[in-house]
Design a protein around this ligand. Sequence first.
Ligand code: SF4
Ligand code: SF4
Length: 327
Amino acid sequence: MLMEISAYLANDNLPQFLDTLRAFGTLHGPTLSESGVSLFAPLTSLDRLDLGYRRTQIPPKKYLFPFRDTFLEYRDGRYRFPSGDSKRTVLFGVHACDLEALAYLDQVFLSEPEDPRYAERRANLLLVGISCTPDDYCFCSEPAGSARCDLFLTEQQTGYLVQAESSAGASMLKAAAKLLVSAPPAPPRTPAPCVIPAQDPERAYSRDPLWDEFARSCVGCGACSACCPTCYCFDVRESTGLTGGGSRLREWDNCLFQSHGAVAGGNFRPGRVDRLRYRFLHKYCGFSPLQGRSSCVGCGRCKEVCPVDIDLRELIGKTAPEPGGGR
Ligand code: SF4
Ligand code: SF4
């Protein structure tokens, strides 16, 4: 176990510490774009680093599960996986909720049968977490820390307590040894995951009037799903080349779109209330094989981006469905 490997990094040494991390891969971290959008991006210059960010618009899932990805190539009469294009990356400054979300996606994509594109990217991604200050949109249970990373930095008054959580994290600490001073061994801890408890699936079929209220105001923009760090629905498209061959593309899909449930001759979820219920089921009740597990890590993105202030969590804690009704 590596939990006892920890050290103290003074604020003045942070820039040099970050430069040291570049030896482990291309350094990315939270930045603020010129148009004011918070996003994870390459830290070509440390001036770009925005350590005070609350949440990025698009979560770190984009490093493992890009919006559009060539999943298979078709050449010479055969399908084959594209040659690996993934590069070693150090993602710095990830909050505990997003680390928990990546751990959830690992379960989805690395369970048998493993997703080869995700697995390759995951093996090349080193994660450096950092403590955060929740705002009104956050609702995670305990933002104190996370072991779902290689290194975790906890902000102190004049610097950071830096804790290795993996052998790669221990190597980073070793490489930065001259910038660190020893810190007392961190006490054994079990950081509470930023996950709200799983809900009763019956809630999705309850007659609570909130469902109708939500369905009336939802404009079906899909922003809540696109920005969610654990939403992973995708569509598959074939793209053929004019000179032969082609590729199979995987693109993010969105359960709030009418097209998501469309099949020949109809639609599994024709109404907005059907689609909102479906999202509630997936997010808060879990699907097989992760049934009974909530994948909501409380990052607050969906609440912040929804143009009509819909918050499905308002249904949580409501009274049980009426006997015999609802479905
Ligand atoms: S459902 Fe909303 S709060 Fe929960 S993880 Fe997704 S975006 Fe974050
Ligand atoms: S962000 Fe709001 S309005 Fe847009 S699809 Fe989601 S719930 Fe509906």
